[in-house]
Design a protein around this ligand. Structure first.
Ligand code: CA
Length: 222
């Protein structure tokens, strides 16, 4: 899952990025409102974390402009603590959630996870498809039979994206976009390698190859 982090305080942005990456997200950072608005319209992000006080264009205008263009990107706004009117303005502009600064990283991660689950209609705080459940804190996958499979960082990222989009044809380039930020070296063969790792762990029928199109993660509920 690739996130857009919009924060102009460099130290905070660096720290948040580290923590988000540790939690298995791919992250790009924008430090001003103009860049943020442009990136948010690229259609590659699953969610944006948007600070409101930004240089060049304030966060509320960025959000309003996205919504004017019918951009439905889920947005969590970062507001000043106790500034209730910022929260109200944020929701009116089309925010999906908010968090008052300063905050604990754990709360940010929990809100991101909840918002992603809500967007993709996973209820009950769990990411489950058929007999597979992903433990997003431990980065493990658990079957209903109680088998636990450890996942590497890339396997976890890939599986989380698959579980949020079961039954959909996902092209290699879509999967690449979710695994790598703009600063990474990219090798599209890597997708095949990691799909095969997941097949070895979870059974080969779970991920179907559609020649020339991509992959489909299947819900193998009996
Ligand atoms: Ca700011």
């Amino acid at each position: 899952m690739r996130l857009l982090l919009v924060e102009d305080e460099l130290d905070l942005a660096r720290l948040l990025r580290q923590n988000l990456e540790k939690a298995g997200y791919t992250v790009d950072v924008a430090h001003d409102g103009v860049e943020a608005e442009y990136l948010g319209n690229e259609g590659i992000y699953e969610l944006a974390i948007l600070d409101l006080g930004l240089p060049l264009r304030n966060g509320l205008d960025v959000l309003k402009n996205w919504r004017l263009k019918h951009n439905t990107l889920p947005v969590l706004v970062l507001t000043a603590r106790d500034a209730w009117y910022e929260k109200v303005d944020g929701f009116k502009a089309g925010a999906d959630d908010y968090l008052g600064k300063p905050f604990h990283t754990e709360e940010l991660l929990a809100r991101i996870s909840a918002l992603l689950h809500r967007t993709h209609q996973h209820s009950g705080g769990r990411l489950q498809v058929g007999d597979l459940r992903l433990d997003e804190d431990r980065q493990q996958v658990i079957t209903t039979m109680g088998q636990v499979h450890e996942l590497t960082g890339v396997e976890f990222k890939l599986l989380r994206f698959f579980l949020h989009h079961p039954g959909q044809v996902l092209s290699k380039s879509t999967l690449m976009e979710q695994l790598y930020d703009f600063d990474s070296d990219k090798d599209s063969n890597i997708i095949e390698v990691y799909v095969n790792h997941l097949r070895q762990k979870l059974g080969k029928h779970r991920i179907e190859t559609r020649r020339g199109q991509g992959y489909v993660f299947k819900d193998l509920t009996p």
